[in-house]
Design a protein around this ligand. Structure first.
Ligand SMILES: Cc1cc2nc3c(=O)[nH]c(=O)nc-3n(C[C@H](O)[C@H](O)[C@H](O)COP(=O)(O)OP(=O)(O)OC[C@H]3O[C@@H](n4cnc5c(N)ncnc54)[C@H](O)[C@@H]3O)c2cc1C
Length: 476
């Protein structure tokens, strides 16, 4: 018998099945953190509903209870979003993984929130369609998590981010009411008066639970070229990025890997034969066959003009897949060289890229912390990974200090706190850097319309957004 709200736990077991409700230490430990791993909070209970109806019933039963709850999907968030920062219940929605409809004629699909991104694209391919936003976590992350974080990704420079593809949402609010906002119809703008569904896109699981998603689709391109350019350092690579961003062809992807990442890649089973000392740009262009052949030649010219040491290109689908798999798995390589990593996420005007990178590297070196970078450079994203040993408290402190240095510098230079990973509970302390008191009060008032007691996902987005009346102590 659970010591935490025994009657509530028993009612969840009766609703969702015995095995779907976990209160044992081993299970709860698995839910302590997300992909960031920098902060850990143990929930008191986890429920893994089997159906949309069960999720809705769990939300209804939480209303009025004296504990907070948090929605979790694949848990790949990199900002401390799906964690129980004040303890309480985790509602794990990954079992809602049905693709409900693929409407090839009108080019949309309807999916449950737990559908994994790559699974969706595999199902769409036979219809000649695809869903463009592709975070590097696409083999694990879910549609619902992507909508909640307004995920970006590799193809987003050309195709746009998650927000550009959400046609409609079904949501259940903390009060237990269900609302459908938008639906299959809709052009490129708000389809019917105010664009209410967009409130939920990027709302980081604070307003309600997404239970169904209508997504816009695109036709698969006729031909795709992936191009590689290697560079001696950050300057020529960043000048190339600025040129590519201005290029009239609008490339699909503009990705950067620094020399540390290239070295780790080349020492791994995913080695691609790059010079391990170089910086690497990975660019993709797509479109009608003849047109895209010409664009690929133009991109090579941009590489050449900016001092690329070597250039390669391929339109072979196996070879392209191999390159992108290597790119997407770089995060995992860091574990070869460090006990702990902390990835930060900011967004800068792209013309600031070279200066910001150099200043960040110098600051990290000054503190004896190694920084390695791989990110969607075309979108102005900046994702430095700080390598450290968490068993030394002073190293963790140094990483926090460099994080603060980064955020202050980024905001000073016209950038902002997140390119795509969101704020979660990792970056809430930086919120006053970008919003004044009036803007924070306005946003909190809006949140209060949906989630008045902060019972859903407390201690996220804004400092001191606690669930008051909670049985658990406030997060430190
Ligand atoms: C290796 C790696 C690469 C990554 N690459 C990218 C990238 O390229 N681009 C990018 O944008 N992100 C990237 N991420 C971050 C992460 O994958 C995204 O933030 C993703 O959108 C999270 O989806 P998830 O299913 O894992 O959601 P979770 O991590 O489980 O949850 C994320 C947030 O969404 C909320 N949420 C989840 N489901 C729902 C729902 N149904 N209703 C309401 N709220 C919900 C949660 O409460 C939480 O606040 C990467 C992460 C990793 C580990």
């Amino acid at each position: 018998m659970s010591r935490w709200h025994p009657e509530f736990v028993a009612s969840l077991r009766e609703l969702c099945g015995e095995g779907a409700v976990r209160t044992d230490d081993a299970s709860l430990m698995a839910y302590e953190n997300d992909g960031l791993g920098f902060h850990r909070y143990r929930p008191d209970c986890v429920v893994i509903p089997r159906t949309s109806d069960e999720v809705k019933e769990v939300v209804r039963r939480c209303f009025g209870q004296d504990f907070p709850y948090t929605i979790r999907a694949a848990g790949t968030s990199l900002s401390g979003g799906p964690v129980a920062a004040q303890g309480g219940l985790i509602v794990h929605v990954s079992r809602l993984r049905s693709i409900l409809e693929i409407n090839a004629e009108d080019m949309y699909c309807v999916a449950e929130p737990g559908v994994v991104l790559d699974t969706l694209n595999q199902a769409l391919a036979p219809h000649g369609l695809f869903y463009p936003p592709d975070p590097s976590s696409g083999s694990a992350s879910t549609i619902g998590g992507n909508v909640a974080e307004n995920a970006g990704g590799i193809r987003c420079f050309r195709y746009g981010v998650t927000a550009n593809y959400v046609l409609g949402l079904e949501v259940i609010l903390p009060s237990g009411e269900i609302a459908q906002l938008g639906g299959p119809a809709g052009g490129l703008g708000p389809s019917c008066g105010c664009d209410w569904k967009s409130l939920f896109v990027g709302s980081e699981g604070l307003l309600g639970v997404i239970t169904k998603v209508w997504l816009r689709l695109k036709p698969l391109p006729e031909k795709i070229w992936t191009l590689l350019g290697t560079y001696a350092g950050v300057r020529p690579a960043s000048e190339t990025i600025v040129d590519l961003v201005h290029h009239p062809s609008v490339p699909v992807a503009i990705e950067l890997m620094d020399n540390h990442v290239v070295r780790m890649l080349e020492a791994s089973p995913m080695a691609c034969g790059f010079d391990p000392t170089c910086w690497l740009l990975l660019v993709e262009v797509d479109g009608p066959s003849e047109l895209v052949d010409r664009i690929a030649d133009d991109i090579e010219e941009v590489f050449r003009r900016n001092g690329a040491i070597t250039m390669e290109k391929t339109c072979d689908s196996e070879e392209r897949l191999r390159l992108w798999r290597a790119r997407k798995n770089t995060g995992g390589l860091l574990g070869q060289v460090t006990p702990d990593t902390m990835v930060q996420d900011a967004c800068i005007p792209r013309s600031e890229f070279g200066d910001v990178m150099e200043a960040l590297i110098a600051e990290a070196e000054k503190r004896g912390i190694m920084v390695v970078s791989v990110f969607h450079a075309g979108d102005g994203n900046l994702h430095p990974n700080f390598l450290f040993d968490g068993s030394h408290p002073d190293e963790k402190k140094k990483v926090e200090e460099i994080g603060t240095f980064l955020m202050e510098m980024v905001v000073e230079r016209g950038g902002t706190l997140s390119g795509e990973h969101g704020i979660g509970n990792d970056k809430l302390k930086y919120i006053p850097l970008v919003f004044g008191e009036r803007e924070i009060a306005f946003q909190k008032a809006l949140l209060a319309c949906f989630n008045p007691d902060n019972q859903l996902n407390p201690e996220k987005l804004f400092p001191h957004r606690s669930y008051v009346g909670c049985c658990a102590p406030p997060a430190s």
